[in-house]
Design a protein around this ligand. Structure first.
Ligand code: 0YR
Ligand code: MG
Length: 372
């Protein structure tokens, strides 16, 4: 299964609503930026990272794939997964300029595409190639009901609908207003509306500082918060460790961490309880599995972050024993050959061979943006 061609791709897929915001970002499209690998025996493997559809930086990721990773891949046998992963991750020139940011997002996409090729060649879904399933059911939690851009009334109505009508066992609500009292009032209203049983997680997207988080958590504990995700700046291990000691609310993070080393720092410091690796920001499936194993070794649960809108993570979560639940955001599912599906609050297990990242032929044309 020799790699013949490496073709970078930029797809900008519109959200299923006009725009959404968290404490830090406001977006209208999801950026699906990555690669199509073609083999000499005619197979195609797809892998993508996830972005906020900023064309200028998306072009840097695509250019990195085309200029830096393609020469390392062409002519290689895609079956030699471990050797290739090491070759890509340790390429001297890229090690010098990379290990995070643009180069790592590019590597994530390439690694996923290689796994996609291998699963397709084996004729099985990725979860089966990885030895799964390890579980019968995979609960979903709904992120798409909790945006900061929703009014309090809309937020409450959507959360109630998610648990009462759609059968989700949990929701996630964004926090991070300038005045945390606004968030406390929104949380109180959501908890009152959904009742005591559903899980209620919150996500700060890194906006607040330690004193703000300590005061906020002392009051938020009354609403039985399932986890507080990215309460503070993404790389700040010491502050997260301090907050973890100060509050009964579990800490979740990982969507902005690029390496297993970064995860180890948080794990060593006792600064994270819910581990949230993202296959689109780590070095793909390869490093995702390493992080999930590291979490598992500490008996900590994994809840992957959906930079891939869970198209790949649904496979990984069905195959890894530490993965306890998975984020659901349905914006772009319709544009993949096998869309993720949630019924009565649980992800269905994918059935088609591959890693789940093959866009529909229509999506490949309709959402393509020029590479330069
Ligand atoms: C929108 N999920 C997240 C989205 C999401 C962000 O900016 O990208 O909220 O990545 O935090 O848990
Ligand atoms: Mg988040």
């Amino acid at each position: 299964m020799k790699i013949r061609a490496v073709e970078p791709l930029i797809l900008h897929m519109p959200l299923t609503r006009d725009a959404i915001a968290d404490s830090t970002h406001r977006i209208t499209h999801w950026g699906v930026v990555g690669v199509r690998l073609t083999t000499t025996d005619g197979r195609e493997g797809f892998g993508f990272t996830g972005t906020h559809a900023d064309l200028a930086s998306d072009r840097l990721i695509a250019a990195c794939i085309g200029a830096c990773y393609a020469p390392l891949l062409v002519g290689e046998d895609a079956h030699e997964g471990a050797r290739l992963a090491r070759k890509l991750a340790r390429a001297p020139a890229l090690q010098w300029v990379g290990r995070a940011g643009i180069t790592q997002l590019a590597l994530a996409a390439v690694d996923v595409a290689l796994w996609d090729l291998r699963a397709k060649a084996a004729g099985v879904p990725l979860w089966a190639l990885l030895g799964g399933p390890v579980r019968e059911r995979l609960p979903a939690y709904d992120t798409d009901v909790g945006w900061l851009s929703f009014s309090a009334d809309e937020l409450v109505a959507r959360c109630r609908h998610a648990v009462e009508a759609d059968g989700f066992r949990g929701v996630k609500v964004k926090v991070g207003h300038d005045d945390p009292a606004v968030d406390l009032a929104r949380l109180e209203a959501v908890r009152r509306a959904i009742g005591p049983a559903p899980t209620l997680a919150i996500d700060g997207n890194g906006r607040w500082d330690l004193p703000t988080c300590k005061r906020f958590c002392a009051r938020a504990e009354a609403f039985d918060v399932f986890w507080f995700e990215e309460p503070m700046w993404y790389d700040d291990v010491a502050s997260h460790a301090a907050l973890a000691r100060a509050t009964a609310i579990p800490i979740a993070l990982g969507e902005q961490l690029y390496t297993i080393d970064a995860f180890q720092s948080f794990l060593d410091a006792g600064a994270v309880h819910w581990v949230q690796p993202d296959v689109t920001r780590l070095a793909g499936v390869t490093e995702f599995l390493q992080v999930a194993d590291a979490a598992h070794a500490r008996r900590l649960p994994v809840a992957p972050h959906a930079g891939d809108m869970s198209q790949v993570h649904v496979h990984l979560a069905y195959a890894h024993p530490a993965a306890a639940l998975l984020e659901y955001i349905p914006w772009i599912r319709a544009h993949f050959v096998e869309p993720i599906r949630v019924e009565r609050g649980e992800f269905l297990r994918p059935q088609q061979p591959g890693a789940g990242m093959t866009p529909t032929p229509d999506a490949l044309v309709r959402f393509a943006r020029p590479l330069g």
